[in-house]
Design a protein around this ligand. Structure first.
Ligand code: PEP
Length: 252
């Protein structure tokens, strides 16, 4: 049975002190009121990772990074390697977020290197895909997403792919308050599952957690998560408020 997952992507928000307070608040709510139907993952900025790992109840809350370097180690000033992320106790890493692709030029080639290093270091990648508004308006979203998967995670072995979580995040829905309709999200996630089945077989497709991301919030999460192929969410803005985030976590 595949896991339901709700992952909070804090992006470049919260200083260390505020991040600690937010992680404590989410942890308390999950421990005291969480209905345990979903794996909860907090993805704070790199510098918060060690502290957040230390303060959460690891049985209730997991921790992930928002990125990792494309090289294992060496003279790459400012980079944080997959091994470093793993050494904090984090278990997940978001890769291929559209903001990384758009603002930091992350190509499939770079993402393949990051995926390999994340997997080699025992991190579970939360691999993001999704189309821009023009692509959706041209009704080319399926081809776009297929190409993103074909060029990256579909080159992994079946054993490697089993560790991947997919997050479909239409760019036009991220941080815009414009959520994909439940039907649009379900349709795309079912399509992605079909692609996984064609590549790796039904068992792996049925076991892969596929998340929706893009203005998912405390009000729309329940309807989105009621869909057969939506196994949870990658949550940006709404993960910065513990009260909203717990409602999303408990929306299954
Ligand atoms: C995200 O950036 O992963 C995201 C889904 O953001 P938001 O929830 O704010 O749209």
């Amino acid at each position: 049975m595949r896991k339901n997952i709700v992952a909070g992507n804090w992006k470049c928000n919260t200083n260390l002190q505020d991040g600690i307070e937010l992680a404590k608040a989410v942890n308390k709510l999950v421990v005291e009121t969480g209905d345990k139907k979903a794996t909860v993952v907090l993805c704070p900025p790199f510098i918060h990772l060690t502290k957040v790992v230390e303060l959460v109840d690891s049985k209730s809350v997991s921790v992930g990074a928002q990125n990792c370097g494309a090289e294992a180690k060496g003279a790459f000033t400012g980079e944080v390697s997959a091994e470093m992320v793993k050494s904090t106790g984090a278990g997940y890493v978001i890769l291929g977020h559209s903001e990384r692709r758009e603002y930091y030029g992350e190509t499939s080639e770079i993402l393949n290197k990051k995926l390999a290093l994340a997997l080699a270091n025992g991190l579970a990648p939360i691999y993001c895909c999704g189309e821009a508004l023009e692509t959706r308006e041209a009704e080319k979203q399926n081809e776009w997403v297929k190409k993103q998967l074909d060029e990256t995670v579909f080159n992994l072995t079946a054993e490697e792919f089993k560790k991947i979580v997919i997050a479909y995040e239409p760019i036009w829905a991220i941080g815009t308050g414009k959520t994909a309709t439940t039907a649009q999200a379900q349709e795309m996630l079912a399509y992605i599952r079909q692609l996984i089945a064609a590549k790796f077989g039904n068992e792996i497709a049925e076991g892969t957690s596929i998340l929706y991301g893009g203005s998912c919030n405390a009000k729309n999460a329940e309807e989105l998560f009621s869909q057969p192929d939506i196994d949870g969410g990658l949550i940006g803005g709404a993960s910065l408020k513990a009260g909203d985030f717990i409602q999303i976590i408990n929306a299954f």
